[in-house]
Design a protein around this ligand. Structure first.
Ligand code: SF4
Ligand code: SF4
Length: 459
């Protein structure tokens, strides 16, 4: 049995928030009725996918229908048997496979791959806590310590907690498989100390360190959890692997266990909650389920406000376009209320002490209006984890985290353009040098020929 170690120190900054979690944990994880169609996105933030099927083709449940050629993306599998009805582009520029589902007793297609990493790759597993980065790539780099992030700190979200209550054995098994893949000596499961039922479920197993952290938001941020558990503070932009560390989410560990048994990632647990939801709960939802189907099935008014994710880091979404993806942990659905109007910054400074990264949100806010790259880099914009603690306390209701997220995208685009320009410049210089060298060699050959000719003529 795992022995629980409880930390008494909490993270710097952050907020003690009302979790609003108990209501979605009253009942166990619910099954979802088989929908009439799913829409599988061929484009996500980690890369574009290439369809392996064509319109009219019959696919089996679990069949791989699209792959990603980039290193960070993942393959997609059909959650049900059906017929590909459409491969198209939506107004939001996502490609989708629109499948007409048919009832089937065919068994799920099992993965065929020899090594664990190949199975994880073939199963299309990504960081399901939000990053969406291909897990096989992450686990391909050896580390000393593997952390399973069970500190689901964001208000309203309970999918990982529900999964641990019911499937702790599978999560622990997946965690141990991941530990073997990265060759880690230490395996730590970090969890908030108020998730008592999940902790009890984990304590029934062994082979890992179980550490409880105070439930202060955002203790489950990757950087924050590493610091809480190990006292290691990553510098801005530093990746955990550079310190011999890797962090994976609870649901990812569960999916790894499935992949080892040959089952691809075709469904996940999603918390459906909020003031517009009559009975908040966790559901097994198929990847690709349109959000509008969720609203229709639950009888939720069409004017409800939908956020993909929780109250802090979730983003407002159009239910007519959105689908459940591999990283969709929560649908927070609220009845519309008048929001506080945004007003100018009054330089009150209350946003500074709550920032878990020790940043200066007000200064960063001014540097985004208009976009001032030098200032934003000086204020370490890239270290912002978009936790929205600063938003939460801002009396002017400024959407700071959203501004910082957009500014980070703008900065990344500029940096990418600079890198491309630099690479193009290097290629141009290399070409010029090569042409110069070839010309010099040609000239030398011509001169040698002339000299030889002159010598022969002189005889
Ligand atoms: S959103 Fe960024 S700036 Fe604001 S508190 Fe979080 S980390 Fe700090
Ligand atoms: S909390 Fe809001 S109003 Fe106060 S300094 Fe920060 S950004 Fe400005």
């Amino acid at each position: 049995m795992a022995v629980l170690k409880t930390l008494d120190h909490s993270l710097n900054g952050g907020l003690w928030l009302d979790g609003h979690k108990a209501i979605s944990l009253i009942q166990g994880i619910q099954n979802w009725p088989t929908p009439s169609q799913v829409m599988l996105p061929l484009l996500d933030k980690n890369g574009a996918r290439r369809a392996l099927v064509s319109v009219g083709e019959r696919v089996k449940a679990g069949q791989c229908v699209a792959i990603c050629d980039g290193i960070a993306g993942s393959a997609l599998h059909a959650p049900y048997a059906g017929t590909v009805r459409q491969i198209t582009t939506l107004p939001n520029a996502q490609m989708v496979i629109d499948m007409h589902l048919s009832p089937s007793s065919e068994p799920c297609t099992l993965l065929e791959a020899s090594t664990l990493l190949q199975r994880i790759d073939a199963a299309g597993i990504v960081g399901m806590g939000g990053a969406g980065f291909a897990t096989a790539r992450k686990l391909g780099q050896p580390v000393e310590t593997l952390i399973i992030n069970a500190a689901e700190c964001e208000p309203y979200i309970t999918c990982d907690e529900a999964l641990l209550r019911e499937y702790a054995a599978e999560v622990v098994e997946g965690a141990k498989l991941a530990q073997t893949a990265v060759g880690a000596k230490r395996l730590i499961i970090g969890i908030e100390n108020n998730k008592t039922e999940a902790i009890e479920a984990l304590k029934q197993h062994d082979g890992f360190e179980l550490i409880a952290v105070p439930p202060k938001y955002p203790s489950g941020g990757e950087r924050q959890l590493i610091e809480l558990l190990l006292g290691v503070r990553l510098s801005p932009g530093q990746r955990p692997v550079e310190q011999g560390l890797a962090v994976i989410n609870v649901h990812t560990a569960y999916a790894i266990n499935n992949a080892n048994d040959g089952r691809p990632l075709t469904q996940r647990v999603v918390t459906i909650t909020g003031s517009a939801v009559a009975t908040p709960a966790n559901y097994w939802l198929p990847i690709g389920l349109p959000v509008k189907v969720v609203l229709n099935t639950l009888g939720i008014a069409a004017n409800a406000r939908v956020r993909l994710g929780g109250a802090m880091m979730g983003r407002p979404t159009d239910p007519n376009l959105a689908v459940i993806g591999k990283t969709s942990n929560c649908l927070l659905i609220e009845t519309p209320v008048d929001s506080t109007p945004v007003s100018p910054c009054i330089r009150c400074g209350v946003c500074e002490p709550v920032c878990p990264e020790g940043l200066l949100p007000a200064q960063m806010h001014f540097a985004t209006q208009p976009f001032a790259r030098d200032m934003l880099e000086r204020y370490h914009l890239s270290a912002c984890i978009e936790c929205a603690c600063c938003d939460h306390v801002c009396p002017s209701a400024i959407p700071l985290a959203m501004q910082f997220g957009l500014a980070k995208q703008q900065l990344n685009t500029l940096k990418q353009a600079e890198r491309s320009a630099q690479r193009a410049g290097e290629r141009h210089s290399a070409r010029e040098a090569r042409l110069e060298r070839l010309a010099a060699e040609k000239k030398a050959r011509m001169e040698a020929k002339k000299a030889a000719l002159k010598k022969r003529t002189a005889k």
